[in-house]
Design a protein around this ligand. Sequence first.
Ligand code: AMP
Length: 208
Amino acid sequence: MNIVLLGPPGSGKGTQAQTLEKGHGWKYIGTGQILRSLLGRKDKMAAEARAYMDRGELVPDELMVKILLRETEEKWGGGLILDGFPRNLAQAQILETMLAKQNLRIDRVLLIELSEEEVVRRLTERTQCNQCGGIYSERLIICPRCGTPVAQRPDDSPDTIRRRLEVYRQQVEPLLDFYARRKILERIDGSGSVQDVANRVEISLKNR
Ligand code: AMP
């Protein structure tokens, strides 16, 4: 099954994606995570993307798609969990075309919904490991999974959070119509614990 996860920053998409990957063996593709790990490796294309990321803006579609294809194309087939891509209507159309070339399609789009108040609270408290992608809901210093120092994401500052939420509303919300028309959009309540949300995700995946 190929799944797209949608939802505002901080709604728990990355965490749920990791749970789905472990539980079902589908491959996780998180574009934010890919970009951050490439920055650590002084990648030229990612360095170009950095200015946009630091401002909370979207990386231009052409550059983003080039990075996505270069980093992930060999993983396609056998089930995908896409987190952070597509981020706008143009990317959704590009994705549909790219998948169709390999006789693949998106089967389910899960929208994880969370209030803005809760989003801001979660983002200002979380830390993340750029090495293994671990996401923690508290201010840790060392990643408990791989022992690398963890940090607050530079784009989790209050001003950038506000900008990212604006970008989310403008760019992602039109995607909801696109996928609702294809009858593959499911809404998931993102409040409560990681396990609560994971249970709702599983119920939604089974109920079809
Ligand atoms: P995320 O970890 O998904 O919140 O992504 C962090 C940042 O990476 C975003 O604010 C964008 O600057 C960039 N980014 C991630 N995915 C995309 C995408 N599909 N299109 C454009 N920019 C992206």
